[in-house]
Write a protein that binds this ligand. Sequence first.
Ligand code: 9MR
Ligand code: ZN
Length: 543
Amino acid sequence: MSSINKKIYINQAGYLPKDIKTAVLPVNVMSVSVIDKDDKEVYRAKCDHFGFDKPSGDDVYHADFSEVTTEGEYRLVSGDYYSDKFCIGDSAYDKVFYDLVRAYYYFRCGMELKSEHAGKFTHMPCHTEPACEWFDHSVTKDVSGGWHDAGDYGRYVTAGAVALGHLLYAFVLFPKTFEKRDFGIPKTPGLPDFLTECKYELDWLLKMQKPDGGVYHKASTAQHADFVMPEDDLGQMYLLPVSSMAVADFAAVCALAYRVYAEYDKEYADRLLQAAKRSAEWLDNNQDFIGFRNPEGCGTGDYCESNDKDNRFWAYSELYASTGDCEYLNKAEKLSDYGFSKTDLGWGAVGGLGALAYITLRAEWRDESKAKEYGDMYISSAESLLQTANQSGYMAAMGERSYSWGSNMTLMKNAMIFAIADIISPNKEFSHSAKAQFDVLMGVNAMGISYVTGNGDSAYNYPHLRPAFADRIKECIPGMVSGGPNSYRNELYIRQFIPEGTPPMKCFADRTELYSVNEVTIYWNSPAVFVTAYLLDGKDGMR
Ligand code: 9MR
Ligand code: ZN
């Protein structure tokens, strides 16, 4: 059998016994056999013709094998066509969850990653020299630590805050799924591993705050490094000017983290809240939008946004949720009148994170009508995504135009919306669709690729990720979510690897060069962590 015949697409992480299990095939066959380890047929699923799927350009068939619930390792076969191996079992998602979280350990900047925790993917301490302000080199500061943003070694406040927003809300909503789990990272006494990892980034964020509450937009070298190990990137580290988005996102995530850490480490939590309040004061004193654009000579990520209303809304909402102080509530309310989305969870649009502060608010400060208003927005977003998913041959809540830079984040953000809507108003269609988006990420897609390194027989392996290239290890650092298909042809290399006119869902190639389709970032992993935690949380239920 040649790999060209690997045309039966399944979730390469595997399935929980109770999961709905639907294989997708872009080929016309009558039925598909589920074959166990000994090549014995245990079930035969008939194939239904779904029809033409525009985003992938595929004429698609579905084979449902949900009835197979016995633990084991399987493969699907039909004539010459076959699938990757997969398992069915209670622990099916454990490895991918472990790896997705551990990716953050591998993103760590500033410290040595020793083999005890990093296995073969070690690196020496990096980026530890003091940074200086871009416009005034005499102002220097230690801003070591935190996570590298992505395939590059920049560290950006808004990106970091949003990643933490997803991660901490996952913890708030599914604490049991995280609390007891060992993620194989250096321990902090009294703190779950997951919160130790998040604290690594929070500690760095605290260093990015100025005494007046302003927060530098980013710390990076002037240009992206060559494809070298982080410790070999020796360029001067700069602090780029304060932006109001950075200040607001910082205040928001520190206030949120206060609530999470208060139960474990009161002193640390109080420090976070003080920092959040100081930045909120800065926001009060600086009502104008202070955006960010790379100054001349700086070419690292700019994370430009066109307004900061949603960021400020997120900040005041979290501060209200952490203090019960109605002044914060009033400010958040005023901002909420601006027409930004209250369900977006992106690196720039953070209104959905602000809404979550209301939805998860403790009883005594909770305003039921507000919680309902924002909850209803999640529900109606989920309903409209459901329509898109129902029209997709791959069950993806992704239209033809959704495949832009970081499309796997869009996919996982949509899954988050299904998950949140399901929590607010339990609904099988939402939970099934959340799971279906996870299936897409893990291999039920037009490429038959698992977009998480190290997870699945057809996992991609060559991300645009400096250490993964420079370490000369063939196998990639596990647990990294690829940006995914991007039909907008944002870079020159695309021409070489993806022919013009390729259907959007197939605009992907597993090549290190392709930063606009195959990079990784901390805020592309985080929604995947959220979604996997949600699925694990419902493991004993019927999700
Ligand atoms: O994730 C960002 C994506 O949505 C934008 O389209 C793109 C171009 O502005 O930038 C992406 O962010 C990159 C950041 O600027 C620097 N680190 C790597 C990020 C992922 O490519
Ligand atoms: Zn570093």
